[in-house]
Ligand binder design. Sequence first.
Ligand code: NAI
Length: 697
Amino acid sequence: MSTSYNVTDGVAVITLENPPVNGLGQSTRAGIVDGIAKANADAAVKAVVITGSGKVFCGGADIKEFGSPKAGAEPNLHVVIDTVEKSAKPVVAAIHGVAMGGGLELALGCHYRVVVPGAQIALPEVNIGIVPGAGGTQRLPRVLGVETALQMITTGASVPSEKLAKAPGQKLFDRVIEGDLVPGAIAFAKEFADARPLPSVRDLTVAAPADAEAFTKARAELAKSRRGLEAPQRCVDCVEASVKLDLDAGIKFEREVFEKLVTSDQARALRHAFFGERAASKIPDVPESTPLRKIERLAVIGAGTMGGGITMNFLNAGVPVTLLEMKQEALDRGVATIRKNYEAQVSKGKLAQDKYEQRMSLLTTTLSYDDIAQADMVIEAVFEDFGVKSQVFTKLDAVMKQGAILASNTSTLDVDKIAEVTKRPADVVGLHFFSPANVMRLLEVVRSKHTAKDVMATVMAVAKKIKKVAVVSGVCDGFIGNRMIEQYSRQAGFLLDEGATPQQVDKAVEKWGMAMGPFRMGDLAGNDIGWAIRKRRYTEKPDMRYSATADKLCELGRFGQKTGAGWYDYEAGKREPIPSPVVEEMLAKHRADKGITPRQISDEEIVGRLILALANEGAYILEEGIASRASDIDMVYLTGYGFPVFRGGPMFYADTLGLKTVVETMKKFQQNPLDDAKGWEPAPLLSKLAAEGKSFN
Ligand code: NAI
């Protein structure tokens, strides 16, 4: 059993022992039930303490059991909580580190709860597409009031124990223990051993919210902030039920909602994202025991858009950075932008003034390579030009201390070739950040054929430290994300040729869940970037078909928001896209020149063509070994491209459609003479999996 049982001074201590977070797996659940029975049968025991071994009380369900029959095996969590609640001897939850999900629900079933400051308290189930399933939505409002509970349950956010303990009228914690937790909890248990009747959350009621519209407002707000997601809405239903129903009826209601959600496509997609993030951090041929290089000092070359954002990531994580530029003006500009970004955070109350100063104190600047020679890692973010980058890497090779990691933030260049500029290619790796680099969670780690395994292991650990989701990509044009987006953009262009408007395409995919449609995205990023890439492609891949509309847009100087006009018009200083008559005219002329009669295109066709174009390119990427798992490709899209998390990513979405259906749909698209029949040829891996009735994930 993953628990231990000891009696001290007439108090039985049940300790959850299931590392790393004392998840409530079957044997842990059985251990609690067993411990309560033992304590009740032993006349020498007056009270019980439940605590967690190691750093936490309990992190909730045991994720190792997810999807296995063990997850629901007896005793289930309801039985455990029922047993605790009905114990004739008082049960005290002694909380430290973390009480989350099922762990918090277990604590709420205890008669008393004591806590140390600094513990994280949460019901995070909403993040995996479900509602808490063991009474959390009914008991938490009873101890914290409906407003706080609603906030915690609908966002899944964790709140520090000391903050909750100070809330007026709270009944979650009976005592805050400043010293050692277990002795403090035992002393508390002895003090209350004979007090009867035993208190129970069951006996509390929930006052209606002060604002009679609170639930309606919460639903409307969540429909915006968690667009398309069902679980947050259902969390509101459950909390509302806690006001209207008695505890048992409320728990029954919660159970029904839980059962419906847990098998839904959304919950499956969110679980996929949850596990996909963990899987991405592991590299199949790099053992977890690989020794890491020490990264205590960083250098960044280039203080432009990306260099500044990259620098901020490290300052935020407490790593000193030296920023190098060619000219003092460029350095001054870069540092001023970093300051401006931090100051905006300070003025919004998101960053304390002293933290801001502390972060800036970690930053030094220089114009000389001598000053960065001792850095443990250097990230280059200079112009996207092989000549410029090879000069920089030649210099780095000459000055950097042995063992330093040399990284490039290139978005399109060949990292193998960059590595070969140096005499230490094994130390070179690509670190492709996404703009704005201090905000976007995705980091593509580009592994060249030369990169050493310990370099890979080290940069994955560094990525974790700066809170990025790192996904490993092999070397190819565009790596994972941008290589796929090219196929998506090509389809968006063909749709314009055939009669769609930019706003129709954008609206269709945004309604489906994308954060931003392809044309709004182009206007934001700058249409000239794609133009430059296409110019290169026209010579490299002359048989690749594109719609000429994007080139024609750029020829009009309409690069996007930065030039005040792109696929849309923009009012000065505003970001609101306004459908443009100029673009409409350009499109009409383009179609007339090509002899195309525009047709009505359904939203379904738009979504199908854009998303399946992603999945098909993803299949090539997978079979070429550029990505090692389908879920890695999904993580790139979920964290870097605004793909709706409740759809699980392009590969997972194709799986939910069924790969046989995907292939059939692509064959249908192939019949369209204005589309690119060659592009709709299913990747061999996709055909194979579809024929075998299998899926990517
Ligand atoms: P940028 O033009 O804003 O900044 C480049 C900076 O590098 C400039 O401040 C310039 O003075 C400096 N620089 C140029 N040559 C130098 C040298 N030899 N030594 C020291 N400093 C030098 O460019 P941005 O957008 O920051 O891009 C930098 C790199 O990041 C490029 O490789 C780009 O492809 C890549 N990237 C850009 C993304 C974006 O969205 N802007 C996204 C991901 C990667």
